[in-house]
Design a protein around this ligand. Structure first.
Ligand code: SF4
Length: 417
């Protein structure tokens, strides 16, 4: 009898591509993947362990699955992903109902036919692991040393996604700027992106995610600027801006280097939207160092910003750092920072009123289309709601005139073609 499998994918897009590879292998073995866990006989949970909240979410899903198994409604529970990889013994000891923990090594290089993203966009993971050793981050311990995929296997997957008719391709990895550093293979990231643009010529938008400011080089900046199919969107996690904290984080970069890079990007790539992510409450962060971070985001005005409360992770260098910041202070700084960013986002959006924006249609709901501009990455950024007399389809790229603006979202009228 065909196994009916429900696959839960938690955490980041990189985990999502692993989930797709897991699903692909199961399908090749004749299993049926079902969205509805009620009709499944097996539940696979691809877990995340990046920070405390992510671990708690993974545990919640495990507990739900354990409950379903105790009630006899499912036969098997299989775990994959970062939490499972990080604590296999503890998990199997704690949850006797779990049947297996699957690794990921063999997951990466497979070209997949099954997508867990909507039909009009997809993620393409080009590397695994990380060279960097940021003192707060557990990922290198879970995912191992940086490893580029072969150019051939990346292009094979890009061609397949192109044939499938996606409109947007999101290039991901822990730090994609390291691509090619580990292999004698020809070229670095800019070379690979040029090849993808050649081989997947129907894909309208190529978006680069997780660009480490340390290695964002001239070739890549030039390529992004000169090629209109590459989204004018730079995802540039800085984590902090104070030099003492950057040093303790082992980010290997300084405030002035980050600042001049941002100025250069805005000068050389007009209309570029810069996204960043920062951490509040890193061990020994003082009030004045936090204020320096607030002053910096106020001055630079990132178009998009995500923030994390520092999460003390075992096995990371920062776990043993002195002067850990109290939880309440970390959270207070987080909300002050997000409050400031909300004001910046609101002003930025207000400046777009009456302007024309190119957007990609995602779906139709209650009389309007949800869409994204090049400044909006899937699942993390804002949305453009589009009113149109014409029927539109997911993946269509259309021009709209912005008629209303909110903190994070916009409303627009489709401009007749
Ligand atoms: S660059 Fe730093 S934060 Fe990002 S995955 Fe690597 S070690 Fe972690």
């Amino acid at each position: 009898m065909t196994s009916k499998i429900s696959l839960v994918s938690l955490g980041c897009p990189r985990n999502l591509t692993d989930s797709q590879a897991i699903a692909e292998r199961l399908k090749l073995k004749g299993a049926k993947i079902t969205e509805d866990s009620q009709e499944a006989d097996t539940i696979i949970i691809n877990t995340c362990a990046f920070i405390k909240e992510a671990k708690e979410e993974s545990i919640d899903f495990i507990l739900d699955a354990v409950e379903l198994k105790k009630e006899g409604r499912i036969k098997k529970i299989i775990l994959a992903g970062c939490l499972a990889q990080r604590y296999p013994e503890e998990i199997l000891k704690e949850f006797k109902e779990i049947d297996a923990i699957v690794g990921r090594q063999e997951l990466t290089d497979s070209v997949n036919n099954l997508s867990l993203t909507p039909k009009h966009y997809s993620y393409l993971k080009i590397c695994e692991g990380c060279f960097n050793e940021c003192s707060f981050c557990v990922i290198p311990k879970i995912k191992g040393k940086f490893k580029s995929r072969s150019v051939g296997s990346v292009l094979e997957e890009a061609r397949l996604l192109d044939k499938r008719g996606i409109s947007e391709l999101n290039i991901i990895g822990q730090d994609i700027t390291c691509f090619g550093l580990d292999s004698a293979a020809k070229g670095r990231l800019s070379y690979l992106i040029s090849r993808i643009l050649e081989e997947a010529e129907n894909i309208k938008w190529v978006r680069l995610l997780y660009l480490n400011p340390l290695r964002l080089d001239n070739d890549l900046i030039e390529l992004i600027w000169e090629n209109e199919r590459i989204c004018k969107y730079i995802d540039l996690p800085i984590q902090h801006i104070n030099d003492r904290i950057l040093k303790l984080m082992n980010r290997q970069i300084t405030k002035s280097k980050i600042h001049s890079l941002i100025k250069r990007l805005r000068k050389e790539i007009p209309e570029v939207a810069i996204r960043t992510s920062v951490i509040t409450g890193f061990p020994s962060e003082t009030e004045s160092e936090f204020k320096e971070l607030i002053d910096f985001i106020t001055e630079v005005k990132f178009d998009r910003l995500g923030a994390f409360v520092y999460s003390r992770e075992e096995g990371t260098a920062a776990y043993d750092f002195p002067n850990q910041v109290p939880e309440s202070v970390k959270r207070k700084r987080f909300s002050i920072l997000m409050q400031k960013q909300q004001e910046i986002a609101k002003d930025y959006n207000a400046s777009l009123l009456g302007k024309t924006k190119e957007v990609m249609i995602e779906e139709y709901n209650d009389g309007v289309y949800a869409a994204r501009s090049q400044a909006d990455a899937p699942e993390v950024d804002g949305c453009v709601f589009v009113k149109s007399k014409e029927k539109l389809f997911a993946g269509d790229i259309v021009k709209v005139k912005i008629t209303q603006t909110y903190e994070y979202d916009l409303v627009g009228e489709k401009i007749p073609s």
